[in-house]
Design a protein around this ligand. Sequence first.
Ligand code: SF4
Length: 394
Amino acid sequence: MSVLTPTAPAPPLEPHDASESPASPFVMPPVPLRLSDMTRDELTQCMLAWGEKPYRAQQVWSWMYAKLAGTVEEMTDLSKPFRARLAEVIAPLRPTAISHRVSADGTEKWLLDCGDGVATETVFIPDEERGTVCVSSQAGCSLSCPFCRTGTLPLRRNLTTAEIVEQVLFVRATMAARGVRVTNVVLMGMGEPLYNLEAVTRAVRIIMDNTGLAIGCRKLTLSTSGVVNKMEEAGRNLNVNLAISLHSVRDPVRDQLVPINRKFNLAALRRAALAWPMRGRDRITWEYVLLAGVNDTLQDARELVSWLKGIPSKVNLLAFNPWPGAPYTPTPREQILRFQEVVANAGLVTIIRDSRGADVGAACGQLAGTAGEPELFHAPMQGRLDSLEKLPRI
Ligand code: SF4
């Protein structure tokens, strides 16, 4: 499909960052105006710059995020002239889905067009008590974790604030039309969120705004593969849950599974986790994908327990979701249960996360398009691993 053919250079990643600081004057963003790129405060400043009253911003905000209007025409309590003026300068309020797949277990995956030859994937995972949107922060990924299919893709570019926010908006509106609730957001889709921290921070603020999408801090989880030098800033600016891809507590093994470990090793990761600001009874979630013969012995489980000592933690054990060409096989279920027993017996909350959406490539570690989708999704990963080898260890 032509929309995925590499074309235009990436747009500036953060067109509005200057307005984030109270000392900086508001700079009117370029037309077409992407409303979901703006925080509520910036939208207010935008309305003031247009000579409108501040309440206009709250009206528009509420239509976009609370009443889920898909077009300006639906914003019926705005005057006709104002609607016409808005419609002339703004970009569409929602992204276009290039493809949509539904798993036998109810999980859904969309490939969303980012409009410049780039696309990204978003997943909705329903269960009895909640509906979770798994959001991407980058188109592709630069980190090459070899168990993760996204890691076989090139990094096309960081997503903008609007492109992150609109994934949630898109799924919430789609689900609302069916009477299904979206309650949780996890930044665990394509990409490493801390490599796009400015846009992610702004997007999280918009998603959490309690007059709009109103996803609470306990319902929003930021994930990282362990970008230690960005964790302090993320912890300071984002009052959300943290999940860290761990997968081994032995440096030589983690160097292979999570190549950024060659730059920020386990000791550095542990220090950063201990410094993460915790609220009350919060815990860091450690993601641990079990790979047969790699990291799944009972000795691995005991070492995990001992490594986590002193860190308020919860462990998510993930069964590996195979994909074509994957260099690993899943750990048998009985061994996962034995591994869980060792960790749980040490007093750690340990959950086996069942695979969701694997039949449509929507499960953890599988986001990389689907057969028949363009070559964007099939770049070789050798080369990027080589360059990671050269990173100095910190
Ligand atoms: S696990 Fe995360 S950081 Fe690693 S390659 Fe996949 S998307 Fe990138």
